[in-house]
Design a protein around this ligand. Sequence first.
Ligand code: AMP
Length: 137
Amino acid sequence: MSEPGSGSESAAQPASARRPRPRDPDCIFCRIVAGELPSDRVHEDDAMIAIRDIAPRSPTHILLVPREHIPSAADLTAADGPLLGALFQTAAMLAAREGIAERGYRVVTNIGQWGGQSVDHLHFHLMGGRAFTWPPG
Ligand code: AMP
């Protein structure tokens, strides 16, 4: 069987067959998840934490971070479907709590250098409180 995250698993592989990815001791978000580095947590559950971005680019700027070390969205497989559903459900819950749901907001993940990714641990930016342009710069 191929390694999780190799992108070569069958889409039909059940979630129960997937092994958890190992933690990366040098990953800043792994260290925040573990409580080794400080953060402003606004939510946490078994699957994820949500923290305020340290350099916010909008009035609300929250990062939804899976507890598991997944380098980027390019490493997701069909077995991660429940995790993704939970991340987007939590984003919607936090958007409502932040008072940004009614006017709309943006959920975005960056992948790789040209995608603008600076932390190689999957996270979704929940951004709102102002209007955004399209396409992004
Ligand atoms: P990206 O560039 O898409 O990988 O997003 C990484 C985000 O993490 C950036 O918006 C950073 O401002 C944010 N960030 C980096 N270090 C921390 C930290 N210690 N606590 C909270 N946010 C952070």
